[in-house]
Design a protein around this ligand. Sequence first.
Ligand code: ADP
Ligand code: UDP
Length: 237
Amino acid sequence: MEKLQQLYEGKAKKVYATSDENLLIVDYKDDATAFNGLKKGTIAGKGVINNKMSNFLMQLLEKKGVPTHFCEEISDRETVVKKVSIVPLEVIIRNVSAGSFSKKYGVEEGIVFDEPTIEFSYKNDELGDPLLNAYHAIALKLATRDEIELIKKMAFTVDQVLTEYFLGLGIRLVDFKLEFGRLADGTIVLADEISPDTCRLWDVKTNEKLDKDRFRRDMGGVEDAYNEVMKRLMGNK
Ligand code: ADP
Ligand code: UDP
Protein backbone atom coordinates (compact mmCIF):
# COMPACT_ATOMS: atom_id res chain seq x y z
CA MET A 1 0.00 0.00 0.00
CA GLU A 2 1.43 3.32 -1.10
CA LYS A 3 1.04 6.75 0.51
CA LEU A 4 -0.58 9.24 -1.86
CA GLN A 5 -1.41 12.86 -0.98
CA GLN A 6 -1.44 14.06 2.62
CA LEU A 7 -5.05 14.74 3.61
CA TYR A 8 -4.49 16.11 7.09
CA GLU A 9 -1.80 16.91 9.60
CA GLY A 10 -3.01 16.79 13.20
CA LYS A 11 -1.20 17.34 16.47
CA ALA A 12 0.09 13.77 16.72
CA LYS A 13 -0.43 12.13 13.34
CA LYS A 14 -0.47 12.76 9.61
CA VAL A 15 -3.13 11.14 7.48
CA TYR A 16 -2.59 10.11 3.84
CA ALA A 17 -4.81 8.91 1.03
CA THR A 18 -4.04 5.56 -0.63
CA SER A 19 -4.93 4.01 -3.98
CA ASP A 20 -7.94 2.42 -2.22
CA GLU A 21 -10.60 5.04 -1.47
CA ASN A 22 -11.69 3.11 1.61
CA LEU A 23 -8.22 2.99 3.19
CA LEU A 24 -5.91 5.60 4.71
CA ILE A 25 -2.36 5.55 6.04
CA VAL A 26 -1.71 7.20 9.40
CA ASP A 27 1.83 8.28 10.24
CA TYR A 28 2.57 8.82 13.94
CA LYS A 29 4.78 11.79 14.91
CA ASP A 30 6.88 12.43 18.02
CA ASP A 31 5.16 15.81 18.49
CA ALA A 32 3.35 16.21 21.78
CA THR A 33 0.79 18.84 22.71
CA ALA A 34 -1.33 19.48 25.77
CA PHE A 35 -3.95 21.97 26.94
CA ASN A 36 -5.55 22.21 23.49
CA GLY A 37 -2.22 22.86 21.77
CA LEU A 38 -0.99 25.55 24.20
CA LYS A 39 1.92 23.39 25.40
CA LYS A 40 4.10 21.92 22.67
CA GLY A 41 7.06 19.56 22.75
CA THR A 42 8.61 16.38 21.45
CA ILE A 43 8.67 12.94 23.03
CA ALA A 44 11.47 11.03 21.28
CA GLY A 45 10.27 7.69 19.97
CA LYS A 46 6.63 8.33 20.89
CA GLY A 47 5.36 7.89 17.32
CA VAL A 48 6.77 4.38 17.11
CA ILE A 49 5.42 3.39 20.52
CA ASN A 50 1.95 4.84 19.95
CA ASN A 51 1.69 3.22 16.52
CA LYS A 52 2.69 -0.25 17.75
CA MET A 53 0.80 -0.06 21.01
CA SER A 54 -2.39 1.18 19.41
CA ASN A 55 -2.24 -1.55 16.77
CA PHE A 56 -1.56 -4.23 19.38
CA LEU A 57 -4.52 -3.11 21.53
CA MET A 58 -6.88 -2.71 18.56
CA GLN A 59 -6.09 -6.29 17.48
CA LEU A 60 -6.74 -7.49 21.04
CA LEU A 61 -10.08 -5.65 21.00
CA GLU A 62 -11.01 -7.13 17.60
CA LYS A 63 -10.49 -10.59 19.11
CA LYS A 64 -12.90 -9.62 21.89
CA GLY A 65 -15.55 -8.56 19.38
CA VAL A 66 -14.95 -4.81 19.15
CA PRO A 67 -14.71 -3.71 15.49
CA THR A 68 -11.86 -1.27 14.84
CA HIS A 69 -10.33 0.67 11.95
CA PHE A 70 -7.07 -1.35 12.09
CA CYS A 71 -5.90 -3.03 8.86
CA GLU A 72 -2.13 -3.46 8.69
CA GLU A 73 1.03 -2.05 10.27
CA ILE A 74 3.35 -1.19 7.39
CA SER A 75 6.28 0.40 9.24
CA ASP A 76 7.35 1.49 12.72
CA ARG A 77 5.28 4.65 12.44
CA GLU A 78 2.75 3.88 9.70
CA THR A 79 -0.47 1.89 9.64
CA VAL A 80 -3.15 1.26 7.05
CA VAL A 81 -6.59 1.90 8.55
CA LYS A 82 -10.14 1.80 7.27
CA LYS A 83 -11.27 5.29 6.35
CA VAL A 84 -14.08 6.51 8.56
CA SER A 85 -16.06 9.65 8.99
CA ILE A 86 -15.15 10.51 12.57
CA VAL A 87 -18.05 10.97 15.00
CA PRO A 88 -16.96 14.30 16.50
CA LEU A 89 -17.17 13.10 20.09
CA GLU A 90 -14.33 12.39 22.49
CA VAL A 91 -15.58 9.49 24.56
CA ILE A 92 -13.93 9.42 27.98
CA ILE A 93 -14.14 6.49 30.37
CA ARG A 94 -12.85 6.77 33.94
CA ASN A 95 -12.17 4.04 36.49
CA VAL A 96 -10.24 6.18 38.98
CA SER A 97 -10.43 9.92 39.71
CA ALA A 98 -7.75 12.04 38.00
CA GLY A 99 -7.20 15.07 35.79
CA SER A 100 -10.20 17.22 34.91
CA PHE A 101 -12.56 15.03 36.99
CA SER A 102 -10.57 15.70 40.17
CA LYS A 103 -10.32 19.38 39.35
CA LYS A 104 -13.99 19.87 38.46
CA TYR A 105 -15.41 17.99 41.43
CA GLY A 106 -12.72 18.93 43.96
CA VAL A 107 -11.58 15.43 44.82
CA GLU A 108 -8.10 13.97 45.10
CA GLU A 109 -6.68 11.81 42.34
CA GLY A 110 -6.71 8.05 42.88
CA ILE A 111 -10.24 7.36 44.18
CA VAL A 112 -11.27 4.00 42.71
CA PHE A 113 -14.86 4.17 41.41
CA ASP A 114 -17.43 1.43 42.14
CA GLU A 115 -18.31 1.51 38.45
CA PRO A 116 -16.77 3.29 35.47
CA THR A 117 -18.06 6.69 34.29
CA ILE A 118 -18.57 7.85 30.72
CA GLU A 119 -18.61 11.39 29.37
CA PHE A 120 -18.53 13.02 25.97
CA SER A 121 -16.91 16.15 24.70
CA TYR A 122 -17.53 17.81 21.37
CA LYS A 123 -14.37 17.30 19.31
CA ASN A 124 -13.92 20.91 18.26
CA ASP A 125 -10.56 22.60 18.92
CA GLU A 126 -11.95 26.13 18.32
CA LEU A 127 -14.48 25.66 21.11
CA GLY A 128 -11.95 23.87 23.35
CA ASP A 129 -13.66 20.46 23.20
CA PRO A 130 -16.63 21.40 25.44
CA LEU A 131 -18.28 18.73 27.56
CA LEU A 132 -21.75 17.68 26.40
CA ASN A 133 -24.31 14.97 27.11
CA ALA A 134 -26.10 12.57 24.76
CA TYR A 135 -29.07 14.94 24.31
CA HIS A 136 -26.73 17.75 23.25
CA ALA A 137 -24.93 15.42 20.84
CA ILE A 138 -28.26 14.43 19.26
CA ALA A 139 -29.43 18.09 19.14
CA LEU A 140 -26.21 19.05 17.36
CA LYS A 141 -26.68 16.05 14.99
CA LEU A 142 -23.22 14.73 15.92
CA ALA A 143 -24.67 11.21 16.19
CA THR A 144 -28.02 9.47 16.39
CA ARG A 145 -29.46 8.03 19.60
CA ASP A 146 -28.77 4.50 18.33
CA GLU A 147 -25.18 5.38 17.46
CA ILE A 148 -24.63 6.86 20.92
CA GLU A 149 -26.07 3.76 22.60
CA LEU A 150 -23.77 1.55 20.53
CA ILE A 151 -20.74 3.78 21.19
CA LYS A 152 -21.42 3.64 24.94
CA LYS A 153 -21.68 -0.15 24.86
CA MET A 154 -18.48 -0.48 22.85
CA ALA A 155 -16.61 1.97 25.10
CA PHE A 156 -17.50 0.00 28.25
CA THR A 157 -16.42 -3.23 26.55
CA VAL A 158 -13.11 -1.59 25.63
CA ASP A 159 -12.75 -0.59 29.30
CA GLN A 160 -13.37 -4.15 30.52
CA VAL A 161 -10.94 -5.72 28.06
CA LEU A 162 -8.17 -3.17 28.55
CA THR A 163 -8.53 -2.91 32.35
CA GLU A 164 -8.05 -6.66 32.67
CA TYR A 165 -5.21 -6.76 30.17
CA PHE A 166 -3.26 -3.88 31.74
CA LEU A 167 -3.78 -5.30 35.23
CA GLY A 168 -1.95 -8.42 34.07
CA LEU A 169 0.99 -6.14 33.25
CA GLY A 170 0.90 -4.41 36.64
CA ILE A 171 -0.75 -1.32 35.19
CA ARG A 172 -3.94 0.38 36.37
CA LEU A 173 -6.06 1.84 33.55
CA VAL A 174 -7.19 5.07 35.24
CA ASP A 175 -9.00 6.76 32.34
CA PHE A 176 -8.86 7.08 28.57
CA LYS A 177 -10.31 8.78 25.51
CA LEU A 178 -11.74 6.97 22.50
CA GLU A 179 -12.92 8.12 19.08
CA PHE A 180 -15.38 6.26 16.88
CA GLY A 181 -16.13 6.59 13.19
CA ARG A 182 -18.56 5.46 10.49
CA LEU A 183 -17.47 3.26 7.61
CA ALA A 184 -18.97 4.00 4.17
CA ASP A 185 -21.95 1.73 5.01
CA GLY A 186 -22.54 3.45 8.36
CA THR A 187 -21.02 0.73 10.56
CA ILE A 188 -19.52 2.22 13.73
CA VAL A 189 -15.94 1.18 14.47
CA LEU A 190 -13.33 2.22 17.02
CA ALA A 191 -10.85 4.61 15.34
CA ASP A 192 -7.94 6.96 16.14
CA GLU A 193 -5.48 5.58 18.73
CA ILE A 194 -5.09 4.01 22.16
CA SER A 195 -1.74 4.98 23.66
CA PRO A 196 -0.09 6.68 26.64
CA ASP A 197 -1.15 9.95 24.92
CA THR A 198 -4.81 9.04 25.33
CA CYS A 199 -4.83 6.88 28.48
CA ARG A 200 -3.78 7.43 32.08
CA LEU A 201 -1.73 4.41 33.11
CA TRP A 202 -0.40 4.01 36.67
CA ASP A 203 1.94 1.35 37.97
CA VAL A 204 -0.18 -0.83 40.28
CA LYS A 205 2.47 -1.13 43.00
CA THR A 206 4.01 2.37 43.06
CA ASN A 207 1.24 4.47 41.44
CA GLU A 208 3.97 5.91 39.23
CA LYS A 209 2.48 7.68 36.20
CA LEU A 210 3.34 5.94 32.91
CA ASP A 211 1.58 8.32 30.53
CA LYS A 212 1.34 11.80 29.03
CA ASP A 213 0.71 13.43 32.43
CA ARG A 214 4.51 13.32 32.83
CA PHE A 215 4.69 15.70 29.85
CA ARG A 216 1.63 17.78 30.82
CA ARG A 217 2.96 18.28 34.36
CA ASP A 218 6.70 18.61 33.53
CA MET A 219 7.52 15.60 35.68
CA GLY A 220 10.46 14.37 33.59
CA GLY A 221 11.04 10.74 32.62
CA VAL A 222 8.48 10.99 29.80
CA GLU A 223 10.34 8.79 27.31
CA ASP A 224 11.18 6.24 30.05
CA ALA A 225 7.50 5.98 30.97
CA TYR A 226 6.38 5.37 27.36
CA ASN A 227 9.18 2.81 26.93
CA GLU A 228 8.18 1.04 30.14
CA VAL A 229 4.55 0.61 29.00
CA MET A 230 5.75 -0.61 25.60
CA LYS A 231 8.14 -3.11 27.21
CA ARG A 232 5.44 -4.55 29.47
CA LEU A 233 2.93 -4.73 26.63
CA MET A 234 5.02 -6.11 23.82
CA GLY A 235 8.41 -7.14 25.19
CA ASN A 236 10.93 -6.16 22.55
CA LYS A 237 8.66 -6.58 19.53
P1 ADP B 1 -5.87 15.95 16.14
O1 ADP B 1 -6.77 16.07 14.95
O2 ADP B 1 -6.68 15.98 17.42
O3 ADP B 1 -4.73 16.92 16.16
P2 ADP B 1 -4.19 13.63 15.36
O4 ADP B 1 -2.90 14.35 15.18
O5 ADP B 1 -4.16 12.33 16.07
O6 ADP B 1 -5.31 14.46 16.15
O7 ADP B 1 -4.80 13.46 13.91
C1 ADP B 1 -5.41 12.31 13.46
C2 ADP B 1 -6.78 12.65 12.90
O8 ADP B 1 -7.29 11.56 12.17
C3 ADP B 1 -7.79 12.94 14.03
O9 ADP B 1 -8.54 14.08 13.69
C4 ADP B 1 -8.66 11.69 14.05
O10 ADP B 1 -9.97 11.97 14.47
C5 ADP B 1 -8.60 11.23 12.60
N1 ADP B 1 -8.75 9.79 12.40
C6 ADP B 1 -8.35 8.77 13.21
N2 ADP B 1 -8.64 7.57 12.69
C7 ADP B 1 -9.24 7.81 11.49
C8 ADP B 1 -9.79 6.98 10.47
N3 ADP B 1 -9.76 5.66 10.56
N4 ADP B 1 -10.36 7.60 9.39
C9 ADP B 1 -10.40 8.96 9.29
N5 ADP B 1 -9.90 9.78 10.22
C10 ADP B 1 -9.32 9.23 11.31
N1 UDP C 1 -7.73 12.81 26.72
C1 UDP C 1 -7.25 12.74 25.42
N2 UDP C 1 -7.45 13.81 24.59
C2 UDP C 1 -8.09 14.92 24.97
C3 UDP C 1 -8.59 15.00 26.31
C4 UDP C 1 -8.40 13.93 27.15
O1 UDP C 1 -6.67 11.74 25.03
O2 UDP C 1 -8.25 15.86 24.16
C5 UDP C 1 -7.54 11.67 27.63
C6 UDP C 1 -6.50 11.94 28.70
O3 UDP C 1 -5.23 11.47 28.29
C7 UDP C 1 -7.02 11.15 29.88
C8 UDP C 1 -8.54 11.13 29.68
O4 UDP C 1 -8.76 11.45 28.33
O5 UDP C 1 -6.55 9.82 29.79
C9 UDP C 1 -9.28 12.08 30.59
O6 UDP C 1 -8.72 13.37 30.45
P1 UDP C 1 -9.24 14.58 31.38
O7 UDP C 1 -10.66 14.87 31.07
O8 UDP C 1 -8.93 14.28 32.80
O9 UDP C 1 -8.49 15.84 30.84
P2 UDP C 1 -7.01 16.40 31.06
O10 UDP C 1 -6.67 16.25 32.49
O11 UDP C 1 -6.17 15.56 30.16
O12 UDP C 1 -7.17 17.81 30.61
